[in-house]
Design a protein around this ligand. Structure first.
Ligand SMILES: [Ca+2]
Ligand SMILES: [Ca+2]
Length: 332
């Protein structure tokens, strides 16, 4: 691609990683620069504070993402397991409903490049796929649990009632993961009794830009690894070589249901899920570059806009409803 047609690549201007301010991993991090304040996104919160609203509306207004914008998706069952090789060539992936093109996390406006996600499941695993359009594939980190949020990455969050799991991956199939427990559930939910969540190993976390979560703070297990997960990436193009034009990259993930036991515990969710069960999940992509003006690109693209620079709001995650119907019954 000629130089003048390339999108400018620059580092994001804003802190995003939870570990940046809280964990020992912060040693990796670049110093946060002056935050970009998205004033328009703060107006609904301000109004919610000032206006007397009926109870249900107040409940909704606690969170920056309007309930009406939150995506709803049906995840279909499959009988033949997915081969986690980064190639989304399975008939099941072709038949699975795909998310709309991801939008800007703050504005909800269409993003510069297309990104789509899909979810499938069988009795052993939850499967997630991403189709990532990227004319210049870049990746930096090659060691797992490096601060992938400073790379171009794809992210997946899944929430239980009292905890949630964060997963990030770059074009080199390098991953980063954290398990977050809500403070109020740490003792009540039995987490404090588990060796893997020993208090001395956990790091307090209070959100990125949404620091007034009604539920308060979280405790992050930054050394927690999802047991048995499989991840794969294929790149359609060349990594870190900008003389050519790439098509993008594909991400294929499998998370064994048994690894979700801590998320399912609080409200005794079935693993694997039952017909009609709903889990909250977030699907996003963060870039080290932004679309040039006049676009207002925050550099973070999501399925459901959060309307604030913060992925860590389970109440803004998409509603993923599981059906035992085979994916071949999925509509167009
Ligand atoms: Ca595959
Ligand atoms: Ca390239």
């Amino acid at each position: 691609m000629p130089e003048d047609q390339m999108q400018p690549r620059r580092h994001r201007q804003k802190a995003r990683c939870p570990e940046e301010r809280t964990s020992p991993i912060a040693a990796f991090s670049t110093p946060p620069s002056t935050p970009i304040v998205n004033r328009s996104s703060q107006i609904p919160l301000l109004l919610a504070t000032l206006l007397p609203l009926p109870a249900p509306a107040v409940e909704t207004a606690k969170f920056p993402c309007p309930e009406s914008e939150i995506a709803r998706y049906t995840a279909y069952h499959i009988k033949t397991p997915i081969k986690v090789d980064g190639r989304l060539t399975e008939a099941a992936w072709q038949a699975a409903p795909r998310s709309p093109r991801l939008v800007d996390i703050l504005s909800g406006q269409p993003a510069l490049h297309s990104t789509h996600a899909a979810v499938l499941w069988d009795d052993k695993n939850l499967y997630v796929a991403y189709w990532v359009e990227e004319p210049q594939v870049h990746a930096k980190f090659t060691t797992n649990n490096s601060p992938i949020c400073y790379d171009n990455d794809v992210e997946f969050f899944i929430a239980g009632r009292d905890a949630y799991y964060e997963f990030e991956i770059n074009g080199y199939n390098t991953t980063y993961e954290v398990f977050f427990i809500w403070d109020d559930a740490y003792d009540k939910g039995g987490f404090s009794q588990a060796r893997e969540f020993k208090r001395s190993k956990l790091v307090p976390f209070n959100g990125v830009d949404f620091k007034n979560h009604p539920r308060g703070g979280r405790l992050g297990a930054f050394d927690w690894h999802f047991p048995g997960k499989k991840t794969a990436v294929t790149v359609d193009g060349t990594v870190n070589k900008d003389a050519d034009a790439d098509r993008g990259w594909h991400v294929e993930l499998a998370f064994p249901w048994k690894g979700l036991a801590w998320l399912a515990k609080a409200d005794q969710r079935a693993l694997p899920p039952k017909e009609g069960d709903v889990w909250r999940m977030d699907f996003s992509r963060f870039n080290t570059y932004k679309a040039p003006p006049p676009a207002t690109d925050s550099g973070g693209w999501v399925w459901t806009p959060h309307r604030v620079w913060d992925s860590h709001i389970p109440e803004c995650f998409a509603y993923i409803r599981f059906t035992t119907n085979d994916v071949r019954k999925a509509g167009p």
